[in-house]
Design a protein around this ligand. Structure first.
Ligand SMILES: NC(=O)C1=CN([C@@H]2O[C@H](COP(=O)(O)OP(=O)(O)OC[C@H]3O[C@@H](n4cnc5c(N)ncnc54)[C@H](O)[C@@H]3O)[C@@H](O)[C@H]2O)[C@@H](O)CC1
Ligand SMILES: Nc1ncnc2c1ncn2[C@@H]1O[C@H](COP(=O)(O)OP(=O)(O)O)[C@@H](O)[C@H]1O
Ligand SMILES: [K+]
Length: 512
């Protein structure tokens, strides 16, 4: 079975969910969860140190500080020079943290109420155990100063559970925020690690489940995206199949001056194995053929919408917001085919409650691919409001429009109409360039044309699109300058590697 090849999709919990898991896991846990967390973090710290040295552990007034005392104890026991900064009142520590503090003192440790200056040669590691999921407001005063000093240390910087200053639910920096080179998070993933500012602040992310099976204790409202979610679709083609078996994908867009967007989407659909790809341009006079991709067939947009038997339409790339564009969107929503709405198709829907109602009443849910500004228009809010809670925004759009939605950007959020959500971790900022979104629409159109349902197609397309961006950037050493048209061949390669495993992935024959 292909699914055995893919890591299962790990659950993601906002703070309330982690608290529910903890409440069930904590009582009677042996060893206590804080001891497990601290030991796991210390093991990572030792790998980062790779030898003797001096470590600074900055501990806060709650249980995150408790994790820090445990880490300090283990590192001291391993022979390192460990300095603990702790400005809280020991008597006010919560019970587990208080026990960890006492154990640190019993093992010969001490604490300093101020951040001590670095030793000659500097720190070899700094550990942020100031605040975890209990952060309630922006850091200021002493702790803001500590964060600035910790961030200035030219050594590995390890955050425990979540970088201090980062909101665990939204991924928003609330103010001064620890800039980790590595983050070790405990029990389960939190959304804030994976979206918005989270990936920048976390550095390399390590999850330590510390022997807690979170999903057995409390249902998870969200999951990460991995191919395990759509592995059932990744079977090789039947030999006895033909182009009609893989559907017609139709791209509608390309107003004058924006024909490239429709071409990019069409090329991507061709690379992802649609049986036939048809491009319907608003201004068909501009381009009769894509000479570099002559597989694409061209029509006028109204002609294409009237064509029988098309399995999937993606409407929006380069569409514009003219009256003609509105007529096309209106007609596309009414068709029984699979439907992707992107870019200006979304802007037209945002302006028209009639289109919104028609979308919500489709027999098959549509797939919507807004970036945060398009999402703000759909929700009648602002981009800042959307970004302040990306999961809530994605779920609201999906619920209101009864559609599958991806809210794009760093840590894209996929939401279904029932309120479940997923976060995608593939992709990179070189993808922040015009045309990349059109490629996503094309990938989606191809998978839908091939018969995938809306949810599987969206999860796969979003993950694959990011993976393709990562592959091209890694292969060419790019931080910027990625071209949208480079993505589709890379997406093709990644997709086919899922379907046809390399010999190294093939099951081994038992030796006799
Ligand atoms: N309870 C347990 O046994 C476990 C707890 N864990 C750790 O505990 C953490 C959560 O602990 P807590 O709930 O105690 O929360 P935190 O330790 O994250 O912070 C809570 C404390 O910080 C204060 N605070 C919040 N925001 C502040 C701000 N901006 N400025 C100044 N003070 C502020 C609060 O008043 C409270 O005293 C997790 O992130 C994780 O690191 C893990 O060890 C797993 C097990
Ligand atoms: N910093 C980033 N990290 C990961 N993915 C990104 C980042 N910036 C952009 N992307 C991805 O690139 C694509 C850009 O799409 P979009 O903003 O619609 O651009 P356009 O419509 O101009 O092609 C989205 O899929 C988005 O998730
Ligand atoms: K922390």
């Amino acid at each position: 079975m292909p699914s055995a090849r893919f890591a299962p999709a790990r659950p993601i919990y906002p703070v309330a969910g982690i608290r529910a898991v903890e409440a069930r896991a904590l009582p009677g846990a042996v060893p206590p969860l804080m001891e497990r967390a601290g030991a796991a973090a210390a093991a990572l710290a030792l790998r980062l140190l790779d030898g003797p040295g001096s470590v600074l552990v900055a501990c806060g007034p709650g249980n995150n500080g408790g994790d820090g005392f445990v880490v300090a104890r283990h590192l001291k026991a391993a022979g390192l020079r460990v300095v603990v900064a702790f400005a809280g009142e020991p008597a006010k520590l919560p019970a587990d943290a208080s026990a960890a503090h006492a154990a640190w003192l019993e093992h010969g440790g001490s604490t300093s109420a101020e951040l001590p200056p670095p030793p000659p040669g500097g720190w070899n590691l700094v550990v942020d155990a100031l605040f975890g999921i209990g952060l309630q407001r922006p850091l200021e005063g002493r702790y803001a100063g500590w964060i600035a000093t910790l961030n200035a240390q030219p050594c590995p910087r390890l955050a425990l559970d979540i970088p201090s200053g980062l909101d665990a639910d939204s991924g928003r920096r609330l103010g001064p925020c620890f800039a980790a080179s590595h983050t070790v998070s405990f029990i389960a993933l939190k959304p804030g690690l994976l979206t918005l500012d989270g990936p920048d602040q976390c550095g390399e992310l390590h999850l330590q489940e510390i022997d807690v099976d979170a999903e057995a204790l409390a249902p998870a409202p969200g999951h990460e995206i991995t191919p395990a979610l759509f592995a059932g679709r990744l079977a090789p083609r039947a030999r006895n199949s033909h182009k009609g078996s893989y559907g017609d994908a139709a791209l509608i867009g390309g107003a004058p001056g924006m024909v490239g967007a429709a071409i990019l989407a069409g090329r991507a659909a061709a690379n992802l194995g649609a049986g036939r790809v048809l491009v319907g341009l608003l201004d068909p006079a501009t381009l009769p053929v894509d000479i570099l991709r002559p597989e694409l067939m061209f029509r006028s947009a109204p002609e294409l919408l009237a064509e029988a038997g098309i399995a999937a339409f993606a409407v929006g790339p380069g569409l514009g917001q003219s009256d003609a564009a509105w007529t096309l969107v209106h007609a596309a929503i009414a068709l029984p085919a699979q439907l992707v709405l992107d870019a200006d198709a979304l802007n037209l829907v945002a302006r028209d409650p009639g289109l919104q109602a028609a979308l919500a009443h489709r027999s098959r849910p549509a797939v919507l691919t807004p970036h945060p500004a398009e999402a703000a228009r759909l929700l009648g809010s602002t981009t800042a409001d959307v970004q302040a809670d990306r999961i809530a925004a994605a779920c609201r759009m999906a619920g209101q429009l009864k559609a599958w939605v991806v809210l794009k950007g760093c840590g894209s959020i996929v939401a279904n109409p029932d309120g479940h959500w997923w976060i995608n971790s593939s992709g990179n900022p070189a993808m922040a360039t015009a045309g990349i979104g059109d490629v996503l629409s094309g990938i989606l159109a191809a998978l839908l044309a091939r018969g995938w349902d809306a949810g599987e197609a969206l999860l796969a397309a979003v993950h694959l699109h990011g993976l393709a961006g990562d592959r091209v950037c890694a292969a060419q050493g790019l931080d910027s300058g990625l071209l949208a048209d480079e993505l589709a061949p890379a997406a093709r390669a990644c997709f086919n590697a899922w379907v046809v495993p390399s010999p190294a992935d093939a099951p081994q024959r038992p030796t006799e």
